[in-house]
Design a protein around this ligand. Sequence first.
Ligand code: 4AD
Ligand code: MG
Length: 480
Amino acid sequence: MQEHVISQILAMDPSVNPVTVSGWVRAFRSNRFIQMNDGSTLHNLQCVVNFESFDAELLKSITVGAAIKVSGPLVASQGQGQAVEIQVQTIDVLGIADPEEVKLTILSPKRHSLETLREQAHLRVRTNTFGAVMRLRSKLAFAVHQYFQNNGFNYMHTPIITASDAEGAGEMFRVSNLSAEKAPKTEQGRVDFSQDFFGKETHLTVSGQLEAETYAMGLGKVYTFGPTFRAENSNTSRHLAEFWMIEPEVAFNDLHDNMDLAEDFIKFVVRYALEHCSDDLDFLEKRLLEEDKAKPQDQRSPMPLKEKLSFVLEHNFMRVSYTEAIDILKNSKPNKKKKFKYPIEEWGADLQSEHERYLVEKHFECPVILYDYPAKIKAFYMRLNDDGKTVRAMDVLFPGIGEIVGGSQREERYDVLKDKMLAMDIDPEELYWYLDLRKFGSCVHSGFGLGFERLVQFVTGMGNIRDVIPYPRTPGNAHF
Ligand code: 4AD
Ligand code: MG
């Protein structure tokens, strides 16, 4: 018999036709009511067992966590909480789950903290919260592709192993197959990478931008969507050592086109989530309201989750120059009262997450795009403005998250780019191919990177980035 999944069954009209479905037991009450979930939806399917007609041993093995397959007619439910239920005619126990062992895991039916769930990341997707977050993550990934494919972009696969540091920040993981104990050495006593697998030192990519630029210079509009790696020792709720980044790059776009693209793109995916994931969002919204009850008033979210998402759709992102932002911050209450951990003293200061969040959450109370940053605090590839001290950079700042997007118009002038590399200690020889683009038909072009997990955090309302990726990689933690 054809099997259905629970999301389909719950949308069916009750009829006597038997349906068959497999899933995991969430609860078994009074030897009569099985709550089954198969991951297709947040909702469980109620399976009603007439225990007199089944073997007692079989019923005993239907315990929380077990995998079962049931079939029987779908009927209108007499009970509260569900429209339909299955009147079970056959049950197969596909995989048992020993209650004594289940008791020791997060599958046991009681509240477990998110920290505890993280320690059992191989099981946490069977909880309502992680089921909802991971379904949303999947839908958002699909929406990302849909947006770019609808708008004439080509999906480009940039290399994971690379010899260049795209951000020039030196936060890379080395890739090598040299023996750790007996690595060959140069005369100077350093590891001799010329004898390594690629004949040179290589790393995991921190960004596909430089390669994406080369393709934008032939395909016009491209985007990447892949894993990126950063060996930054930041133990925060917004940093991962392995995260997924989306990087569009567009020939002939200037910084303002780039801002328009970022805003339009983010709104598209947020709208997609609201339109396609309302059950999971409702659940996550309730979860947040519960969580908020335990918090002091001033730390609670200013609006419920779905309202927050709609708010983003309905408002233009505020576009503010770095210079204006510094003025606002310098004169802000927390700065004057020395409440910032990093006080803002003068133009040129790098903005910390506390400053970004002040601008978004307290001052403007809406998403903000900051642009024209000091050249000194940004990467080498950004287009220098005529003032000689700022670059055409932009960061999109979101409530609760801070920076969600970082991007820029790229320096398209050969000499200016080369000088900048030299000034920032980046070897132009190593990046000759990147400089070549500026020799053969160079043009204005722009792009940005959006951290996918930060987007998932925003849409699901999850406070910690470790809870929106299946297996988080953070300093000191590559378990599973
Ligand atoms: O601002 P970033 O470093 O920009 C770049 O990598 C550019 N090459 C992008 C481009 O212009 N094509 O990173 C972009 C975004 C950040 O805004 C943030 O959302 C996310 O990537 N991000 C991280 N997300 C999770 N964990 C980390 N350690 C992250 N570092 C950056
Ligand atoms: Mg950035």
